[in-house]
Design a protein around this ligand. Structure first.
Ligand SMILES: Cc1ncc(COP(=O)(O)O)c(C=O)c1O
Length: 405
């Protein structure tokens, strides 16, 4: 069929030329295929690059022990579960991982999903019913918003409230206006995925208690990253698991795998198990990824020095970029945004750094607010001081040429 002779449903696709235009200008930064990964290095078009833009915070995605665990599980259980957790897709391995995760973060029960995204989609859409109120930080991750949209799409009348990023007065202003007696859930990232700062969880707990709200904490960038032993935001604030009621995390970051889990009281998790559509209507986490996650958990528990090294590297990156004159916002974790504002300058700095062998991620609206374009840099436990200094040197030089710093 002639492409131009299509039906109206496809009009928008042919009218969308923005990506093609940026590609033609040589500044298109997305979907770059990586040919090989080795520690902190990746190979793109056969060229070695220093990876300063991964969420593989502890460097476990390439750890030999992880690969062996994944291989052994594939050998024993096969490559897929070929079904949902409800039906033929539950393995003894899923349940073992759930028990271990619950123990690790200090909650009675946990439930695994196939991705972190599905964990938020499933848990939030199950928890929110018609008439409930959900209160989010403006910088919460997109998967949280999509979980709320799924709840609203399937049940209607979910009341969504947003408050200014990490702003407790604004949170209280929102809470004050919600009728007492209504179901209320505050949903926050523990570590914010683009800003790299940490939620003020103890104060949020106080407000939640005062206004009779529950707290749902997304620890995607926090487990394995913050807290003395990598147990996340609750540990960062003194290790009180009751600072949140429900905790979720993905396995695609510190755990070097893919999947996710939500944890909380037994009855609440059992409820989510029976009402989360992304759990019920999608195939379960594959054996190799469960085994890799379990191995990662074992390594995190037995090698706290990895977490300490990551925290050392984060400090070096924040201090180094700040000394160079970059605006790193409120970063306090391995996620260090270089806030530039202008999209074109952000793409240029990305391209010039990329050409000199440093891989970072440009982030523009809608992933961040308009006029807040940034380069998202992130370090891993396996980076050496020299590697971080080299990367900062390159980015600093290129930013100076562009008048960014
Ligand atoms: C805060 C946050 N929550 C959830 C997710 C979803 O996790 P996954 O990519 O493993 O599906 C992400 C991933 O980027 C995230 O940053």
């Amino acid at each position: 069929m002639d492409k131009k002779n299509h039906t109206p449903i496809f009009d928008k696709c042919y009218a969308f030329t923005q990506a093609a235009e940026v590609r033609a200008s040589g500044l298109y930064p997305f979907f770059k295929p990586i040919g090989r990964s080795e520690g902190s290095k990746v190979y793109i078009d056969g060229r070695e690059m220093l990876m300063l833009g991964s969420n593989n915070y502890l460097g476990l995605a390439n750890d030999q022990r992880m690969k062996e665990a994944a291989e052994a599980a594939a050998e024993r259980y096969g490559t897929s579960c070929s079904g949902s957790r409800f039906m033929n897709g539950t393995l003894d391995l899923h349940e073992e991982l759930e028990h271990r995760l619950a123990r690790f973060i200090g909650k009675p029960a946990a439930l695994c999903f196939t991705t972190g995204y599905q964990t938020n989609l499933g848990s939030l859409s199950a928890m929110l019913n018609r008439g409930d109120h959900v209160i989010v930080d403006k910088y919460d991750h997109a998967s949280i918003m999509d979980g709320i949209f799924l709840a609203d799409g399937t049940k209607k009348q979910i009341n969504l409230h947003r408050y200014k990023h990490n702003n407790l007065e604004d949170l209280e202003r929102v809470l004050e206006r919600i009728p007492s007696g209504a179901g209320k859930l505050i949903v926050i990232d523990g570590v914010f995925s683009m800003e790299g700062d940490i939620a003020h969880l103890p104060q949020i707990r106080k407000l939640a208690d005062a206004y009779d709200a529950g707290i749902y904490l997304d620890e995607a960038h926090a487990l394995g990253v913050v807290g003395k032993t990598g147990r996340g935001t609750c540990e960062h604030y003194g290790n009180d698991p009751s600072l949140c009621d429900l905790l979720m995390c993905t396995f695609s970051k510190s755990f070097g795998s893919i999947g996710g889990f939500v944890a909380g009281e037994e009855e609440v998790i059992d409820y989510i198990k029976h009402f989360a559509r992304p759990l019920i209507f999608s195939a379960s986490m594959p054996p190799a990824n469960i085994a890799a996650t379990m191995k990662a958990l074992e390594i995190i528990e037995s090698e706290p020095e990895r977490v300490h090294r990551l925290q050392h590297n984060a400090r070096r990156l924040i201090d180094g970029f700040t000394a160079l004159g970059f605006n790193v916002g409120t970063a306090e974790t391995p996620i260090v945004p270089l806030i530039i504002g202008d999209n074109d300058k952000t793409f240029l700095l990305w391209k010039n750094s990329f050409e000199r062998g440093v891989y970072v991620n440009p982030v523009i609206s809608p992933a961040v607010p308009p006029q807040r374009a940034l380069l998202r840099t992130s370090c891993m436990a396996i980076h050496t001081d020299e590697e971080l200094d080299t990367a900062m040197g390159v980015i600093g030089e290129e930013a100076r040429k562009l008048g960014i710093i």
